[in-house]
Design a protein around this ligand. Structure first.
Ligand code: FES
Ligand code: FES
Length: 187
């Protein structure tokens, strides 16, 4: 069928499903998806991983950020079929209730959230930053998070949370007292 042609039956407009295989939070998943399905919708509705939030649907807010092969990606802008063969990490894969990731601990200790809507995306972007730059400056944290919007905390405590996690992960780090970077977020 060519674009713009009238359709006689609803079945004419339903696209064929494709089988894709991806690893989500360390677990291999094989799923059938329509080629038009967004990764965010596969994660939330197909796999029940509702920690991935949808705020804008237009690549603006960053609430839907997940890691694809370790790189932050806005999952409202990526098709599920594009994740075929790749590794996806959502907030559910970041830590466990008994063993939080340092980034999660940082957000808790430094009160880096209020409503929590932006938090999964903030934490995954922060996780990727600390992987490639374990000792970021405040400016580097702010730059890394510039694609993630928060409508209620302000950014001060979010930045503090990331710097806390960096200290926690440093060789000497125990978070609250160690100071690997020697930097604190300015007020
Ligand atoms: S929902 Fe994807 S960037 Fe806002
Ligand atoms: S904590 Fe509410 S939007 Fe960021």
């Amino acid at each position: 069928m060519r674009y713009g042609e009238p359709v006689d039956e609803v079945s004419d407009v339903v696209q064929d499903e494709r089988r894709i295989t991806l690893t989500v939070n360390g677990r291999r998943r094989a799923v059938e998806v329509e080629p038009r399905l967004l990764l965010a919708h596969l994660l939330r509705e197909g796999l029940g991983l509702t920690g991935t939030h949808l705020g804008c649907d237009t690549t603006s807010c960053g609430a839907c950020t997940v890691l694809v092969d370790g790189t932050p990606v806005k999952s409202c802008t990526m098709l599920a079929v594009q994740a075929d063969g790749h590794e996806v990490t959502t907030v559910e894969g970041l830590g466990t209730p008994s063993e939080l990731d340092p980034v999660q601990e940082g957000f808790s200790v430094e009160h880096g959230l209020q409503c929590g809507f932006c938090t999964p995306g903030m934490m995954l972007t922060s996780k990727a930053l600390l992987e490639r730059n374990p000792d970021p400056s405040e400016d580097e944290v702010r730059w890394a998070l510039s694609g993630n919007l928060c409508r209620c905390t302000g950014y001060q405590n979010i930045v503090k949370a990331v710097l806390w996690a960096a200290r926690k992960q440093s060789p000497a780090g125990n978070g609250a007292s160690a100071n690997g970077s020697g930097r604190e977020a300015e007020s």
